[in-house]
Write a protein that binds this ligand. Structure first.
Ligand SMILES: Cc1ncc(COP(=O)(O)O)c(C=O)c1O
Length: 394
């Protein structure tokens, strides 16, 4: 059998990263009591009115093919949402509806890069990014960030990684896994570098509505960077609707026809009833959305308190998103070794930091997607393992 090289490029990129999670799930399926902190799915209910809209729209016959770029009312809703956020007019001509952020990122990369191009990605990075870049054929180039800088990427580190082949910087703010939220001055400094080297910026903003004290800033909201930015997001996290696969890419209007060609090659339009529901999600205020944000904040604070006195684990309050990185380097184990021991000895499933790139080494990632009480229990187990390990090192 003969296959296209894309399947070779993608082979082996997925499964190993998720091995601890897959084993945790398997054991939970067998009836073992596993605390699963290894997957980023909001656990609180989505807004009832958005669900109601999807159901009523389906009954009203909104089940035919949709417009390839997106349904007009939905594009208006997304444009209005981004206008309100940025304070600058965004028009529906600047928006492509996509089947979630992942599909938006894939559409954007396939539109902009190919074999021979390089894509810069701050490391640690979301676990699917390597596959996304590999699918396009371009080369994935990690850019170092440091735990000591709260994993904020610097303009200098980006500039150092640029070659004549670099075409795109793939940013993610707020970040999964690190919780870093880039400030306006950081975005401006990074943007200056991108301007100087004529790079596109793809900005994954799927956690934009989940910042704590740091204000969210997108390069798309900066007038001098807007034309080179493709802002990609969805209602998967903000509205707890990952299964809707409902999102967008926003960018310069001249880019949209190119993106739409790629999107149509893959999907030829999404589900009109889901698009109607996304419009309701963005056009109306929903108490469930604020409840979700507050719950993640409260859980993050709970976790930080649990490790405040720990001499074995360092935890830093994330600036946004649904995750916390715990530094386990004092145990002398890798994040992966620690995660396996935690699962095997204490029935807690977390992601090894190494699953998110070399930058995550010596860390584990906790998803804040369980109630505070369960989180406290998990933290006690994590502390117990880490303290035992540190005591054995001394
Ligand atoms: C950083 C990041 N980008 C994209 C996604 C995927 O989002 P969507 O469900 O909108 O495709 C996730 C999901 O965990 C994520 O953490």
């Amino acid at each position: 059998m003969k296959f296209a090289p894309i399947t070779d490029r993608l082979a082996g990129l997925g499964a190993a990263k998720w091995a601890v999670h897959a084993e945790g799930l398997r054991r939970a399926g067998l009836g073992e009591e596993i605390i699963l902190l290894s997957i980023g799915e909001p656990d609180l209910p989505p807004p009832a009115s958005v669900i109601n809209k999807a159901a009523s729209a389906m009954r009203q016959g909104r089940t035919r093919y949709a417009h390839g770029q997106g349904e007009p009312e939905t594009l208006i809703a997304i444009a209005k949402h981004l206008t309100n956020r940025s304070g600058f007019l965004v028009t529906p001509e600047q928006v492509l509806y996509t089947a979630g952020t992942q599909n938006g990122l894939c559409t954007a990369l396939l539109t902009l890069v190919q074999v021979g191009d390089e894509v810069l990605v701050p490391d640690p990075y979301y676990a699917t990014y390597e596959g996304l870049v590999a699918a396009s054929g371009a080369t994935f180039v990690p850019v170092e960030t440091l735990p000591e800088d709260n994993f904020h990427v610097t303009a200098q580190a980006i500039e150092n990684a640029i070659t004549s082949r670099t075409k795109v910087l793939l940013l993610n703010t707020p970040s999964n896994p690190t919780g870093a939220v880039l400030s306006m001055s950081e975005i401006d400094a990074i943007g200056e570098v991108c301007k100087r080297h004529d790079l596109w910026i793809i900005c994954d903003e799927v956690y934009a509505d989940m910042t704590y004290d740091a204000p969210f800033c997108s390069p798309f909201d900066r007038p001098h960077l807007r034309d080179r930015t493709l802002a990609v997001s969805s209602i998967s996290k903000s509205h707890a609707l990952p299964g809707f696969r409902a999102g967008w890419v926003a960018c310069h209007q001249d880019v949209i026809p190119r993106l739409t060609l790629v999107a149509e090659a893959m999907l030829f339009g999404s589900q009109p009833f889901i698009e109607d529901a996304l419009a309701v999600a963005l056009n109306e205020k929903h108490p469930e959305v604020e409840r979700l944000r507050l719950a993640f904040r409260e859980r993050a604070e709970t976790l930080i308190k649990s490790f405040a006195e720990s001499k074995a684990i360092s935890a830093r309050m994330p600036e946004g998103g649904m995750f916390i990185m715990l530094d386990v380097r004092k145990t002398k184990l890798s994040g992966e070794e620690f995660a396996w021991q935690l699962l095997n000895q204490h029935n807690v499933s977390v992601m090894p930091g190494e699953s998110f790139g070399n930058g995550g080494a010596g860390h584990i990632r906790i998803a804040l997607t369980v109630e505070s009480e369960i989180l406290r229990d998990a933290c006690a187990r994590i502390r117990s393992l880490a303290e035992k390990l540190v005591a054995s090192v001394i």
